[in-house]
Ligand binder design. Structure first.
Ligand SMILES: *[C@@H]1O[C@H](CO)[C@@H](O)[C@H](O)[C@H]1NC(C)=O
Ligand SMILES: *[C@@H]1O[C@H](CO)[C@@H](O)[C@H](O)[C@H]1NC(C)=O
Ligand SMILES: *[C@@H]1O[C@H](CO)[C@@H](O)[C@H](O)[C@H]1NC(C)=O
Ligand SMILES: *[C@@H]1O[C@H](CO)[C@@H](O)[C@H](O)[C@H]1NC(C)=O
Ligand SMILES: *[C@@H]1O[C@H](CO)[C@@H](O)[C@H](O)[C@H]1NC(C)=O
Ligand SMILES: *[C@@H]1O[C@H](CO)[C@@H](O)[C@H](O)[C@H]1NC(C)=O
Ligand SMILES: *[C@@H]1O[C@H](CO)[C@@H](O)[C@H](O)[C@H]1NC(C)=O
Ligand SMILES: *[C@@H]1O[C@H](CO)[C@@H](O)[C@H](O)[C@H]1NC(C)=O
Ligand SMILES: *[C@@H]1O[C@H](CO)[C@@H](O)[C@H](O)[C@H]1NC(C)=O
Ligand SMILES: *[C@@H]1O[C@H](CO)[C@@H](O)[C@H](O)[C@H]1NC(C)=O
Ligand SMILES: *[C@@H]1O[C@H](CO)[C@@H](O)[C@H](O)[C@H]1NC(C)=O
Length: 418
């Protein structure tokens, strides 16, 4: 029985220790006591000029490698400052008013000379935008929580906040267990943030209820049939050097409209190139062009960049690219496989859905895929659990059987010796 328990425990811990997706930071005060806590995800979409009058949009996430230099905690004001990449930063100012606190501003600074994020940028300046977030009337000893996506748009930058958990004024160095959730997370909208704890009803603040958060962005349920799986390959010197099989659906947002398109393999022109350090696959149809760039990082490969261009009904080209991706990673000399439907947010304006995915951008030999590295969802834990239970049960049965047989043999020997 203890063995069985050990099995169950093993799987429980495997599930618990899945890494959190957000960026988690603890800011401490002069006495090394926690004074500000945050765990959140931010996606940035930035439009910048590549040449005069030609702007491109790029998307990237707040990276996990942040430093909190410049963050401050005071009795009535605090600042969370997250520095990342090459001179980029994202900061929020909070003020406390009695038993309540609010976020006054969010400032995002981005360094256009960082060519890994802003390739071919015309300008080399560091720009910054400041916006007023909708985080107000948060009880002082509570964490503000907002799982829903909150899109903050400005002319050149869109920031999408999600899975936000912030306590801007931590009392006595320990994070509060109480949560103030944003209205978007609550089933009934337009209600001000409520504190799920006692003593929240008294002393209502005189600040205006600013919690008119935009309704959660509803992604339309795909009504398209699953896309046909296409088999694409690139040859170099008449030898196949890149293989890619997948069904592809693209979802993109142009202005206020979101639309999805399936790639029709039989109407797609394939081109590309294979080099030592990078491989490219370009798929062109009447309506769109998609360029996949894979890189070889000596031991592994991954999808590094995706550039999508489509013609809108008005004939204007719409271009979205992200050149800071780390998708479809596998060891060189193997292939990456993901049979289950997957969706990837490439930028806030572009999503990619793949079906029956298998790619090998480097080291193809004899024109066939090498051993596959399978994505996590294909080898889902939920399918392992019944197997584990089955193994544990058969083990028990065998144990019972053995002890029964031993018992029988002993009693037999008993009889014979008489
Ligand atoms: C950019 O646009 C402005 C006006 O919109 C125009 O005066 C200028 O000549 C354009 N520059 C280039 C390089 O096309
Ligand atoms: C690009 O992505 C990598 C890995 O996800 C991350 O370490 C890096 O900081 C990102 N760069 C920026 C500027 O976000
Ligand atoms: C901006 O990026 C450039 C190139 O990556 C780097 O040399 C420079 O130090 C960065 N600026 C700041 C303020 O960090
Ligand atoms: C930015 O570009 C201008 C000219 O376009 C140049 O004079 C300046 O030195 C550059 N600054 C940096 C920090 O590279
Ligand atoms: C509340 O809003 C009104 C106008 O909408 C404004 O005059 C007033 O200053 C606001 N009060 C606070 C505390 O923000
Ligand atoms: C920000 O979002 C709006 C609305 O979705 C869109 O029209 C705009 O192009 C986006 N801007 C950037 C820089 O992504
Ligand atoms: C592509 O295949 C679909 C069926 O899979 C067919 O209906 C369509 O006519 C084909 N288009 C072309 C251009 O061959
Ligand atoms: C590939 O990258 C390695 C190290 O990153 C570099 O030494 C080599 O010159 C690159 N090769 C080519 C053909 O660019
Ligand atoms: C994406 O592709 C278009 C057309 O192929 C090109 O003009 C643009 O510069 C590319 N963008 C990036 C970021 O590579
Ligand atoms: C994207 O995938 C996640 C699970 O991986 C799923 O929960 C979500 O509904 C998917 N989104 C869309 C629009 O299909
Ligand atoms: C990957 O790059 C390394 C050098 O960076 C090179 O030695 C190796 O041959 C490359 N692998 C493939 C499969 O192209």
């Amino acid at each position: 029985m203890t063995r069985c328990a050990a099995f169950v425990l093993f799987f429980a811990s495997a599930i618990v220790f899945q890494p959190s997706r957000g960026v988690e930071v603890n800011v401490t005060d002069g006495q090394d006591k926690l004074c500000l806590y945050a765990n959140l995800m931010v996606h940035f979409s930035v439009s910048y000029e590549e040449t005069a009058n030609k702007s491109v949009t790029t998307g990237f996430e707040l990276s996990k490698d942040v430093t909190t230099n410049g963050s401050e905690c005071d009795a009535t004001s605090s600042m969370l400052k997250l520095n990342f990449g090459d001179g980029h930063s994202w900061s929020v100012n909070f003020t406390r008013n009695g038993d309540w606190y609010q976020a006054d501003s969010i400032t995002f600074s981005y360094n256009l000379s960082d060519s890994t994020v802003f390739p071919n940028s015309l300008s080399n300046e560091t720009k910054s935008v400041t916006v007023k977030p909708q985080i107000a009337n948060v009880g002082v000893d509570t964490c503000y929580s907002c799982k829903s996506k909150d899109v903050i748009s400005t002319d050149l930058v869109n920031m999408t906040l999600s899975d936000v958990l912030i306590q801007a004024f931590v009392i006595n160095g320990s994070k509060s267990e109480m949560i103030s959730s944003c209205s978007a997370d609550q089933p009934t909208t337009s209600a001000p943030p409520t504190t799920q704890a006692t003593n929240a009803t008294t002393d209502a603040p005189v600040t205006n209820a600013t919690s008119t958060a935009p309704p959660p962005t509803t992604t339309p349920t795909p009504t398209l049939p699953p896309p046909t799986t296409g088999n694409y390959s690139i040859k170099s010197d008449n030898i196949t050097c890149l293989l890619a099989n997948f069904g592809l659906r693209i979802g993109f947002k142009q202005g206020e409209t979101y639309q999805e398109m399936n790639l029709e393999p039989n109407a797609t022109t394939v081109s590309g190139s294979c080099r030592v350090n990078s491989s490219e696959l370009q798929l062109v149809t009447n309506t769109m062009t998609i360029m996949f760039t894979f890189t070889n990082d000596t031991a592994k490969f991954h999808l590094h960049a995706l550039n999508f261009t489509t013609k809108s009904s008005s004939g204007v080209a719409f271009n979205v690219a992200n050149s800071n991706l780390s998708l479809w990673e596998a060891a060189l000399g193997s292939s990456y496989m993901c049979n289950k439907e997957q969706n990837y947010t490439i930028t806030s304006l572009l999503s990619l859905y793949t079906f029956n995915l298998r790619v090998q951008p480097f080291g193809v030999s004899k024109g066939v895929f090498s051993t596959a590295y399978e994505c996590f969802v294909d080898s889902d834990l939920s399918f392992l659990v019944p197997i584990a239970v089955g193994v544990a049960l058969s083990f028990l049965i065998i144990l019972v059987l053995i002890s029964y047989l031993i018992g029988r043999r002993k009693s037999r020997t008993g009889y014979q010796s008489v």
